[in-house]
Design a protein around this ligand. Sequence first.
Ligand code: FAD
Length: 285
Amino acid sequence: MRITEKLKLSKQLISFEVFPPKTDIAFESIEKSVRELAAFSPDFMSVTYGAGGGTSEYTVKIASMIKNKLNTTSIAHLTCASTTKEKISEMLCRFKENNIENVLALRGDIPENFNERVGDYYEYASELVKVIKSHDCFDIGAACYPEGHPESSSPEEDLEHLKYKTDCGVDFLTTQMFFDNGLFYDFLDRACQKQINVPIFAGIMPITGINQVDRIIRLSGAKIPNELETILKKYENDPDSLQKATVDYGINQINDLLKNGVRGVHIYTMNKPFVAKAVLKGISR
Ligand code: FAD
């Protein structure tokens, strides 16, 4: 089903993000996690696209399995910074062949060998949105950044680009992970003032280990609020208590978002069914 149809049927959606395997050997264990996650009946599941594009076929395989075998709506991510225009066309055909009706259009992070790329590429996600739109058979999602994209000179400039991207044909947006709901509410106000009127899903990542934190900050630039910082310090040598406290922190974030009428919460599950289980048990919809 298309995600815009899902949005018509339900006031608030809950979705899960999974990542595909990098190798055939890892496929079986990831397939198992995905099956377990789908059994919790999320409104949809999104499947990431490997940064360099080398694992694109696994994105198709997992998104197709979710849709065609597990009867759950799926959305395939697609990035253009390291995928040629030709390969983008191929990928869209592969999505169509596999009845995948939703695509998350992304630029992707700039690869280290960016200047050595050979071939023709789209520069920004907005260009990819236009191309997907021209196929006239997908709902299109895109990314947004409540704290501003790390490469942009200011959140205002980033919002300007987001407005343009959305107007190119985006049906809904999903945020980068954030840990301070206040920043998200402020972003919603600014987006509304800018006439960005599509539904915005809040991206929440329940932290499950201290070793994730540096990576999260490095990749997303998300601020860690004092309350979460205190939890991380208190339990830095006690992984079990840390996990319980940080997952509870994520649950409190989600309950607050749902209470405040957010259209959807997208959970970065990191392929961990126990996270989804704990979250679904803890939230009130
Ligand atoms: P864009 O919208 O193109 O923006 C990138 C930067 O360029 C921003 O700073 C923006 O302000 C600026 N910009 C945009 N248009 C212009 C313009 N016309 N002129 C000047 N500057 C401009 N990465 C993966 O590799 N695989 C994934 O599966 C994946 N999934 C993601 C899912 C979500 C929900 C999110 C939030 C991120 C995901 N990412 C993924 C990471 C994402 O690819 C990176 O954050 C990337 O750096 C930016 O992608 P974008 O689509 O937001 O880019």
